[in-house]
Design a protein around this ligand. Structure first.
Ligand code: ACM
Length: 634
């Protein structure tokens, strides 16, 4: 009898397993605060009846549900008013649910019904994103599989974010992205519960925001000769080279992006990067420079114009800083900020402040006079003077100022907020002295850095692997949490020529950042995260979003001992078998498997590397010439 009972239990368990949808392990990114699962599933009926609150503020989430579910083969969406007859019920709480707060939600899936409750429409939006992630990947579109089982696992989820500022920055100056592409980027952000789009709108290589009172900013500053190759190392273009590359956003387009983002609970923070990074502004209005008549004021193309080998802040070969001693500059800033403040509803305007070379300030008689008049001791104090003048303009327009952490050097006002990018230390210090801080340290969240090997990724000065990004903690030890607004990853686009590459650089690292910003610290689990990333790669194949497979490819390090070179291949994730050849053949799983450092054969000229997982190739074949290997010796 006991055996029969056991058999029945086992068979029932098996049947439940078999009935579960394919790939039914939960793969939620970011990981929710609390998930309870139950056996079984909710079967999405052919006609999906949805009840949701009326009103403009839930219009977008309703349209999203209708669009996604209505596009699933064989599904129709019908709106109903009675909760009891609905398959999916969205509710806004009458009395505030303190635990879930402004952006959280409670999602329950039973065999009969899906209910989603939140205090605010933002919570409903995020709950719906989680619901989509509980559905088969075909919900993401692409070539939808007619045979999809539209089953949803039974869960009870309580969820809310760890920090309020969950940002991604896109640099549209080095390379330009159209409004449609920016929207596409924002579409991806909302799926992973980001709520801040930092729009880096101006830099040496382009001015991308229309300023009606200063038309030359975009007539001149938005255009440059096109060059392709390794940005930063181009040959200088001839002065008469046609300026065919560029673009900018009109006021209407900016309002459109802000509206689009707001529907998705995403705020847009503009950045006008001054006093450095201003070549495009100086190309348009050279009178804003210390040396207006130099004839050297151009929109930069990616040909060298700064010297980075100073061990600290760069030196300028060509002037790219506004003249802090000129009243024309403050009149200019007032005009720019008047229009920026009127366009962007967000409370902060980011005014850069990073990497301003002091080279030309040091040579300027006007700056010397300013220092004497204002009793400014050094160039950091000059930059601080500039920053304080700019902040006054911003405050007068009812906005607040944020800047990169260099602005701390000469001192800032108590009301200035800081974005900590040169590591976390500046952010920790600023938070302890009562400044609001967004953590964006380059050594964790600079997603312009290579995520894979030099042999597979465009060359950038450093690399940043997924596992490192996953260790990002926006509230590090020593910081005052009351002043940490949150965190953000930054995508600088020197080496990123188009939106597909922007996607490739963003994902999967932005999964790691999303989880670092949203999920409780104790819920993070690297091995589990990797499994989820693989499931989301599958989703991206449906949505046709590009991502980097670099986590399947080993980290390559080289050592020299005597005349011999040894290569160590370190896998980033578990479960890989790595195979190599030194004889120029294409390795496969029959090639030697790597288990220890490899000695490079004396006359080999190329090393090829491939990873396998569960008997199948994973990631890309890496080809590294032996000459390149030798250059990697540390
Ligand atoms: C920066 O990366 N220069 C802020």
């Amino acid at each position: 009898m006991k055996k029969l009972f056991l058999l029945i239990v086992t068979l029932t368990g098996l049947a439940a397993l078999m009935a579960a949808p394919v790939g039914s392990r939960l793969s939620l990114i970011p990981e929710p605060v609390s998930v309870i699962t139950h056996e079984g599933s909710f079967q999405l009926p052919a006609e999906v009846r949805i009840a949701a609150p009326a009103g403009e503020d839930t219009r977008f989430v309703k349209s999203l549900l209708e669009e996604k579910l209505g596009a699933a083969p064989g599904r129709l969406v019908r709106w109903v008013t009675g909760d009891r007859e609905a398959d999916i019920v969205l509710m806004l709480n009458n009395a505030d649910d303190a635990e879930t707060g402004e952006e959280g939600y409670r999602l329950q899936v039973t065999p009969q019904q899906i209910t989603l409750r939140a205090n605010k429409p933002a919570g409903l939006l995020y709950g719906v994103q989680t619901l989509f992630q509980l559905m088969p990947p075909q919900i993401e579109g692409g070539s939808r599989d007619e045979g999809t089982e539209w089953q949803i696992p039974l869960v009870e989820i309580v969820d809310y974010p760890r920090v309020g500022w969950r940002g991604l920055m896109l640099d549209v100056a080095r390379h330009f992205f159209t409004v449609e592409e920016v929207k596409q980027y924002i579409d991806m952000m909302v799926k992973y519960k980001y709520n801040m789009f930092h729009w880096h709108l101006t830099d040496d290589e382009g001015w991308r925001i229309e300023i009606k009172s200063l038309p030359k900013l975009t007539e001149v500053g938005a255009w440059r000769p096109e060059q392709i190759g390794w940005f930063g190392d181009f040959t200088p273009p001839s002065p008469d080279a046609p300026k065919t590359y560029g673009g900018y956003y009109t006021h209407d387009q900016i309002r459109e992006v802000i509206r689009y983002a707001a529907e998705r609970n995403i705020q847009v923070m503009p950045e006008i990067d001054v006093p450095g990074h201003s070549s495009a502004a100086l190309a348009a209005y050279p009178e804003l420079a210390c040396f207006p008549g130099s004839g050297d004021h151009f929109v930069r193309t990616g040909a060298p114009f700064l010297d980075w080998n100073t061990g600290g802040r760069p030196a300028a070969i060509f002037e790219n800083t506004l003249n802090p001693a000129s009243e024309k500059v403050y009149a200019f800033m007032d005009k720019v900020l008047t229009e920026v403040a009127a366009l962007f509803p967000f409370e902060y305007i980011h005014t850069g402040g990073d990497e301003a070379p002091y080279t030309f300030w040091e040579k300027s008689p006007e700056v010397k006079q300013l220092m004497k008049r204002e009793q400014l001791e050094d160039m950091a104090a000059v930059q601080s003077y500039f920053g304080k003048r700019v902040e006054k303009i911003i405050l007068a327009k009812g906005k607040k100022m944020m800047g990169w952490d260099e602005i701390l050097e000469g001192g800032i006002t108590p009301t200035t907020a800081l974005m900590s990018w040169r590591g976390i230390q500046h952010g920790i210090e600023a938070s302890n002295s009562g400044h609001y801080v967004v953590m964006s340290p380059s050594n964790y969240v600079y997603i312009d850095l290579m995520q894979g090997d030099l042999s597979t990724d465009p060359r950038v000065y450093n690399s940043l692997r997924l596992n490192r990004t996953y260790q990002f903690d926006p509230i590090p030890e020593g910081a005052n949490p009351a002043y940490i607004l949150g965190g953000q990853a930054n995508l600088w686009t020197e080496q990123i020529y188009h939106i597909r590459q922007a996607e490739y650089m963003t994902w999967p690292r932005a999964f790691a950042v999303a989880e670092s910003l949203w999920s409780p610290r104790e819920k993070k689990d690297w091995n589990r995260f990797v499994e989820k990333v693989e499931d989301h790669f599958n989703r991206f194949d449906y949505s046709r979003t590009k991502y980097s497979p670099a986590m399947y490819e080993p980290v390559v390090t080289v050592k020299k001992e005597g005349d011999d070179y040894f290569v160590t291949l370190t896998p980033e994730i578990e479960g890989l078998s790595i195979h190599v050849s030194f004889d120029a053949s294409t390795p496969d799983c029959f090639s030697p498997r790597v288990t220890a450092p490899l000695k490079v054969p004396r006359n080999a000229y190329v090393m090829r590397i491939v990873s396998y997982r569960d008997g199948k190739p994973a990631g890309r074949m890496m080809h590294i010439s032996v000459d390149d290997l030798k250059k990697r010796v540390r």
